[in-house]
Design a protein around this ligand. Structure first.
Ligand code: APR
Length: 238
C-alpha cells in the first residue's frame, strides 16, 4: 500500500513525532550531523539539560536554554499543518510528540500529548505561578518569580519523570489507533520510544530521514523529509 492509500483508508490515526518534525521549521534536531548534541560545549548538552544541572548551575542552564531551546521565531511547517487538517477532518485522534516547541498547537492541533513538556509553560518552583516563554526569553540570568522563587520551564529534563496524565492520554490514543505514523525521531530516548509498543492497529508507518530501530517492523518505511511527504498528501477537509 502507498502512504496515500494508507491515510485514505484510516479513520483513527495517531502521529508520534520527534525533533525531525521541526527541522523544516528551522529548529535543529539533536542527533543528526548538524544536531544540537553534535555541537561542541565544555559541558555536554545532555548534561546541561538534566535536572541535577538545572538545580546545581541555574545560571549556565538558562544561558544554554535561552540560546538553544527557545525557538520562538519558528513557524509550523507543512507536517504540522497537515496533521491539524487531519484532526479537523476527523481522521487523526492525536499527536504524541517528544518536541517542546508548541508548533503542533500553533498549526491548530488540539489533542497533543507533549511527552517532554513545553517551553510555553513555565512555573515558579515555590508558588507555581505561570510565566510565558516570552517572559523567560526576554529576561536575563536566572528567572525569578515575584515571590522570589526560581521559575522553571515545564520541560522534562534528564532524570525527571514524564507527566502521568500525558502518559495516560498518549498510551490510550496509541492503543486505539488503526494507523500509527512515526516520524522525525531516532527512537533512542526512553520511555518515549517505548510508547510505540502500545500500538495494536493494522498499519505502522515510519517517515524518517535516517534509519531507525523500528524500520524492520513497519508496514511502510518512507525515507524522506516529513514536511515534504505529508505536504503532498490530501487534507480530507472538503
Ligand atoms: N524529516 C524526517 N526525518 C527527519 C527530518 C525531516 N525533516 N529531520 C531530521 N530527521 C530525523 C533524523 O534522521 C533523526 O533520525 O529525525 C530524527 C531526529 O532524531 P533526534 O535528533 O534523536 O531527535 P528525537 O528522536 O526527537 O530525540 C528524542 O532526545 O534529547 C532528547 O528530549 C530530547 O525529545 C528529545 C529526545
Amino acid at each position: 500500500m502507498t502512504l496515500e492509500e494508507i491515510v485514505t483508508k484510516s479513520s483513527g490515526m495517531v502521529f508520534f513525532g520527534g525533533a525531525g518534525v521541526s527541522t523544516e521549521s528551522g529548529i535543529p534536531d539533536f542527533r543528526s550531523e548538524d544536531g544540537l548534541y553534535r555541537q561542541k560545549y565544555d559541558v555536554s548538552p545532555e548534561v546541561m539539560l538534566s535536572a541535577s544541572y538545572f538545580y546545581a548551575h541555574p545560571e549556565e542552564f538558562f544561558r544554554f536554554y535561552r540560546e538553544k531551546m527557545l525557538p520562538l521565531h519558528a513557524k509550523p511547517n507543512a507536517a504540522h499543518k497537515k496533521l491539524a487538517d487531519w484532526e479537523r477532518a476527523g481522521k487523526l485522534l492525536a499527536v504524541v510528540t517528544q518536541n517542546i516547541d508548541g508548533l503542533h498547537q500553533a498549526a491548530g492541533s488540539k489533542t497533543v500529548y507533549e511527552l517532554h513538556g513545553s517551553v510555553h509553560r513555565n512555573y515558579c518552583t515555590k508558588c507555581r505561578v505561570f510565566y510565558s516563554a516570552e517572559e523567560i526569553a526576554s529576561g536575563t540570568g536566572v528567572p525569578r518569580c515575584r515571590c522570589g522563587g526560581t521559575i522553571k520551564p515545564d520541560v522534562v529534563l534528564y532524570g525527571e519523570p514524564l507527566d502521568a496524565a500525558t502518559v495516560e492520554g498518549a498510551v490510550r490514543a496509541i492503543e486505539r489507533a488503526d494507523t500509527l505514523i512515526v516520524a522525525g525521531t531516532s527512537l533512542t530516548v526512553y520511555p518515549a520510544a517505548g510508547f510505540i509498543d502500545y500500538f495494536r492497529g493494522d498499519r505502522l508507518v515510519l517517515i524518517n530521514r535516517d534509519a531507525t530501530p523500528l524500520d524492520g517492523k513497519c508496514t511502510l518505511v518512507v525515507r524522506g523529509k516529513v514536511g515534504e511527504v505529508l505536504g503532498e498528501l490530501p487534507s480530507f477537509l472538503s
